[in-house]
Design a protein around this ligand. Structure first.
Ligand code: HEC
Length: 442
């Protein structure tokens, strides 16, 4: 298809829209998204279908082909909803199903770009009848602060003892062709036995004792990693390559860019986080939009709401889901230092996370214009990302005329880890043909 077919005139569209104000340097999202072609990507529930499972005889008659690098869609094209619908109900790939969870999500994607930015618009229906924008809340129990609620996979939430409380998320992975097999097997390269909530999880002590994951990264559980950073064919979590070899892979760009828009931890400050996957799921250099609002020594909050600005120093549990109440603590906006003598009452609730756009910096703060709005059961997320962030050490640069591999995931209805919905890998053509194509604005 000729490139011109992907072009939409911004000037023409602008003429019809009074309120459109171009941002600095003349770059701005499409004033009329209706003029940008939309494509629907089916995200499906993968359960514990890990890198290792896909290469095992349990993945009948497909394991050898997967090992040889064959693309998932060469056998599974169009089967997303069917696979998700089967796994989500429980069985060999989902030992702990969540009742009534949907097997698939239709994610509507639109893309446009100019000389400076890529503009993405995502839309999807949520299963819950409210925005998932509460996360890591603390409640005063009359004597001390305790975490309340959590993801639906948590025992206390399954039993009804605690409320489901976990942010919605939209994740985006980008590979520019430098990660072997990503184009054909996408997200499944990053998902392994031994990870949080996967089969074969090691103990916290085992992870903490590991020379790289525990001692260098200071982690106590296993998260996403690429097989190229491991020494054995099974890509075991603990068989890591020497640090110098991993550093060389990073320099060569053999990592996956991973960005997450988060309903609680980034959206209230108009951002998404910015990370990458290599030997672990790591954050980009600098400072992202969120930290803890908990002093771990005293187990007390560090900040509370500024009553002069939001009407109260804390929330109540009944306020969860009430759109007229504040739900996130923003350092520069609605927070003041926690006062232990403020007369705390049983049932007072404060976010256990502190957000700040003002404090975010460096490569970790690249996604500084990402805004989601939840209306009538649907999220619409508008995402602006620089084509080239200038941070080649942990980001992928996008060039007009090029095609990159992408993968999407949505965490919907109070879930974390494997309880999400994912896409098979797709291509995104920047002003050129791909599974998805970005329209050049002019
Ligand atoms: C050569 C063809 C082929 C390739 C390539 C392939 N699969 Fe499969 N896959 C199959 C077949 C056939 C089955 C059904 C066999 C079974 O149920 O055990 C299956 C089953 C599955 C299942 C289980 C579905 C269920 O209902 O329980 C999942 C999940 C899956 N594949 C994911 C993938 C992913 C992800 C990839 C890419 C990394 C992939 N497959 C690549 C052929 C393939």
């Amino acid at each position: 298809m000729a490139t011109s077919a992907w072009k939409v005139s911004r000037r023409m569209a602008l003429a019809t829209l009074v309120a459109a104000v171009p941002t600095a340097a003349g770059s701005a999202p499409p004033p009329d998204w209706a003029a940008i072609p939309a494509q629907t990507v089916t995200l499906f529930y993968p359960g514990q279908a890990s890198y290792e499972w896909l290469r095992s005889p349990a993945h009948k008659r497909a394991n050898a082909k997967v090992q040889a690098g064959e693309a998932c869609v060469s056998c599974h094209e169009g089967e997303e909803a069917e696979i998700g619908g089967t796994i989500v109900k429980g069985g060999r790939l989902e030992p702990a199903p969540i009742a009534a969870k949907a097997g698939a999500i239709a994610l509507k994607v639109q893309a446009a770009h100019d000389d400076t930015n890529l503009y993405l618009r995502f839309q999807w229906q949520t299963q819950m009848a409210r925005a998932g924008q509460m996360h890591d809340y603390l409640m005063y129990d009359g004597e001390k602060w305790v975490f309340i609620g959590g993801p639906r996979s948590k025992e206390a939430v399954r039993s009804g003892a605690q409320p489901p409380l976990y942010e919605d998320r939209l994740s985006l992975m980008i590979d520019d062709g430098k990660v072997p097999l990503f184009a054909s097997q996408g997200c499944w390269l990053t998902c392994h036995t031994g990870m949080r909530d996967m089969a074969g999880e090691p103990t916290k002590e085992q992870v903490q004792a590991h020379p790289l994951i525990g001692q260098v990264h200071k982690e106590s559980d296993v998260r996403k990693y690429l097989p190229s950073t491991r020494t054995d064919a099974a890509a075991s979590w603990d068989k890591t390559r020497p640090a110098e070899e991993i550093a060389r892979l990073k320099e060569a760009g053999a990592f996956v860019d991973l960005m997450q828009w988060r309903g609680h931890r980034s959206n209230p400050v108009g951002m998404a986080d910015d990370g990458y996957v290599l030997d672990y799921r790591l954050a980009d250099a600098g400072k992202g939009p969120f930290t803890w609002n908990v002093d771990r020594k005293t187990m007390t909050p560090k900040f509370m709401f500024d009553a002069a600005k939001v009407g109260a120093k804390a929330l109540a549990l009944e306020d969860v889901g009430n759109a007229s109440k504040p739900y996130a603590l923003i350092r520069e906006d609605n927070a003041v230092a926690y006062d232990p003598a403020a007369g705390w009452k049983k049932g007072d609730v404060l976010p256990g996370r502190l957000l700040s756009r003002a404090d975010a910096s460096g490569s970790a703060a690249d996604n500084a214009d990402v805004r989601g709005a939840w209306v009538d059961g649907q999220w619409t997320v508008l995402w602006t990302r620089k084509l080239d962030t200038g941070h080649a050490a942990d980001d992928k640069a996008l060039k007009p005329g090029s095609v990159v591999n992408v993968g999407f995931a949505v965490h919907d209805d109070n879930v974390t880890t494997r309880f999400h919905h994912v896409s098979f890998p797709l291509t995104l053509g920047i002003g050129t043909q791909g599974t998805l194509s970005s329209v050049a604005l002019e």
